[in-house]
Design a protein around this ligand. Sequence first.
Ligand code: CA
Length: 425
Amino acid sequence: MGAIAANDPTLMSWVNVPQGSDFPIQNLPFGIIKTEDLSPRVGVRIGDHVLDLKSMFVLGYFENIAVELSDFDAPFLNGFMRKGKKVTRDVRNRISKLLSTANDDLRHNEHHVAQVLIPVEQITMCMPVQIGDYTDFYSSREHATNVGMMFRDPANALLPNWLWIPVGYHGRASSVILSGEAIHRPKGQIKPDPQANPIFSPCRNLDFELETGFITYEGKALGDSISTEEAEDYIFGMVLFNDWSARDIQTWEYVPLGPFLAKNFASSISAWIVTLDALQPFKTDSPSQEPEVLDYLKCEGQKSYDIALEIGIQPEDSMETTISRSNFKYMYWNMAQQLAHHTVNGCNIRCGDLMGSGTISGPTEDSYGSMLELAWKGTKPLKLSDGSERKFIQDGDTVIMRGHCEKNGIRIGFGELSTKVLPAK
Ligand code: CA
């Protein structure tokens, strides 16, 4: 579809964007906002402000774009996303034009600016999407190898299907929560003594998984498939994603059908959806795939993105320690392959589905995406800057994930994904 005008690195906004912000005019991510006075509605982030799209629509700024008031005056983005890629792109391009220094239409109408541009301190973020279905993949070769080495056989860490199939499972949408919402430590069956019977207990090996998620547009009819070539037209954007995991519950329950209670108690997402359009300048190569994949998984051109990721742990009343730095580009299977595989059997995806990347581990010990790997099954505790040690996540810890792209002086990011762990109920 050619270059996207809103990604022009020379664009500047008349809205102040602080140095190092994740949200310059080249980003313009979508979310759902509310304030003390304003009902939930669609918003777009720019610097330390949020643009109220409901008010923008009412004031006539989206004239000649195929949108209606209910697309923006809504508690979720689904109605807007249902309009499809061309319309959401038209809206982002229009906002880019109106916020750029080259255009005075909004800028010189002080009354309008005061109405549509809200300081971020006044905003409460809401869940951006009503998620219909949530699927989680297992697409990092480094992560799958590390887990295979710890749980099975170091010599045959990858299972035979892994290099042929973007392995995944169906997760649970009801427990996907927004950044800022705390979780309680899950409880369940664990088997601390392998020779004894299982016991019922609060999870002792609580872990995070550093992932990204992508949110889909409306897909095709049941029975049809989405090719790797078409896949990007069905992806609205990406979020940071923490797929909380109870390792001790997982170890006991996962054979033969895979994760169940170890994974479905909570998964956290970041509040701003960064569009796939905004990410285009940061496309990069994926790892080469050997053996050659089957035809329906083959891709033309670059399908991965250079997104730097980091994880921090902040204990109760203490400072944060960065414990890992990874990158989305390490993923063996890309999003186009995941979507093509998901639908190759005719499974339909719908507007607002969430697809998790799978834990994103890099090649080095300081780039792993889970505590399981960082502390190697508890054998190498991590030291935090307050002097304490972690094998897994403790009550009172807040786990913080961040992600951003940077190129030619332009930085676009996802903001923060932050979740505190409270004691078991
Ligand atoms: Ca996962």
